[in-house]
Design a protein around this ligand. Sequence first.
Ligand SMILES: Cc1cc2nc3c(=O)[nH]c(=O)nc-3n(C[C@H](O)[C@H](O)[C@H](O)COP(=O)(O)OP(=O)(O)OC[C@H]3O[C@@H](n4cnc5c(N)ncnc54)[C@H](O)[C@@H]3O)c2cc1C
Length: 526
Amino acid sequence: MRTDNVIECKGALILGAGLAGLFTALKLTPYPATVIAGARPGHSGSSAWAQGGIAAAVGEGDRWQAHARDTIAAGAGACDPGIVEIVTREAAARIEDLIAYGAPFDRKPDGSLALGREAAHSAARIVHVTGDRAGAEVSRVLAERALAAPSIALCEGFHAIELALENGRVAGVFARYGSGTDARLVLFRAGAVIFATGGIGALYAVTTNPLESRGEGLGMAARAGAAIVDAEFVQFHPTAIAVGRDPAPLATEALRGEGAVLIDETGRRFMPAVHQDAELAPRDVVARAIHREIAQGHRVFLDCREAIGAGFSRKFPTVYAACMSGAIDPATQPIPVAPAAHYHMGGIATDANGRSSLEGLWAVGECASTGLHGANRLASNSLLEALVFGARVADDIRGTVAARLQGSTPPAPQRFALAPPPKLLREVMTRYLGLERDDAGMRAALSTITAMERAANGEPSLLNMTAAAKLVAAAALARRESRGAHFRNDYPQPENTFKRNIQTLADANRIASSDLVSREPLRGQS
Ligand SMILES: Cc1cc2nc3c(=O)[nH]c(=O)nc-3n(C[C@H](O)[C@H](O)[C@H](O)COP(=O)(O)OP(=O)(O)OC[C@H]3O[C@@H](n4cnc5c(N)ncnc54)[C@H](O)[C@@H]3O)c2cc1C
């Protein structure tokens, strides 16, 4: 690939300035890190939009073992227990780190942390900020600290499109900056490359994720040969606010934790008949129940009038503002809701130190799949996973990759607007790879994605997105069971034993180009 400029990074190169990228950079200090991202650090990615908070067993009487049990129960038999133990055990120390960086978590009058309760958690263990502003405030604090750290270079306005490989090892990232005729390509070279590129939600037509969450990190890693795991596990948030906005604003799970209930247009509560925990059942159960109500012609609402009422604007200012933008006052009116693509449990396969299968590439945060979430993420465990693995990746790199004495200065970037993923791709993902899937639909999705890939004419950004989409479709087709967030009408039950679904892009291409999946068992390990 022709480049206009080569930047030699002194230490690690981090792609992504959400919570995972910024926290990893801070934990690396004084080891040098260059962080590149499309949008402004502290404001970019899903991180800045997170509402509920961060789960950690820090409350009186709560134990990491209880948090681990809840995580495993939500994960539908697909969590890696060793990873669950690591994350839940190390959670309290990472919350302490955030407090030391200045995160203004809500506190009780006695000064102890005020903890919220969310669906499928057996205790109140969510640290939060001003009710629903955890993501915005923690991202802001981390960005301020990173900007002030002499060992961290923060570079916004770069759109990464491809991994650079040298002698089979990941050696850097190609990124574009500027736009139109001024567009340039730069190669950032580094001894260690960390992907912190977030999720894939924007590949769906209905999503809570920002446009940046379009699976490009997953696609880039896969195109370079990385192993991807359980790509079929996509979580749909049950209660996106249905006011016709793209992305759809979110009505946080914490509202149901406070007692808000789901009703249809007649005021009928339907969740008690679906699950013993009613509105606090695991996310996939609630999301599918709402999906089915809507498919039967009902409208669905989150009724916060009794549980929260007049205190709404103070307790949940972000949700309140989103509702009011659609002329709904949630203190006095039920909020119209629908499920939306929200979180990717699958991702770049990583080990307990965040290493991918490619030498020189680490992955952290939503783009990685560590085995924590299994088939269904427990609420507020994703920011926690980014923190725990951010620290582990930093330790691993500091201990194994020598920093260089000299580096070079990146060019000053220009702001650019990211075009949305192709409409057809988003429609296909929502229609065929949504809350309910079947063989015919997934095959239709795969052939459309393959046709789009052929028509992409080698455009790397588009190929990153089609690669991510293809991996979701191929993995979903290969998993002939229903488990957690992956529900197939043609295989409605789980298999007795869970097998991780490890695929490379070459595997996904084979599935897409043949009928192989009907003859071959799943690849992977128990
Ligand atoms: C509305 C909403 C509410 C949520 N609430 C919670 C919650 O309360 N608790 C919780 O635990 N989780 C929550 N989540 C999930 C959680 O926010 C995400 O999983 C988490 O923030 C992911 O962090 P990240 O750093 O991995 O990625 P992100 O924060 O998404 O950051 C990705 C970064 O990568 C950059 N990037 C991506 N591709 C490229 C590219 N090609 N070139 C350059 N830069 C690129 C982006 O610009 C961005 O800087 C929520 C998610 C949403 C959408």
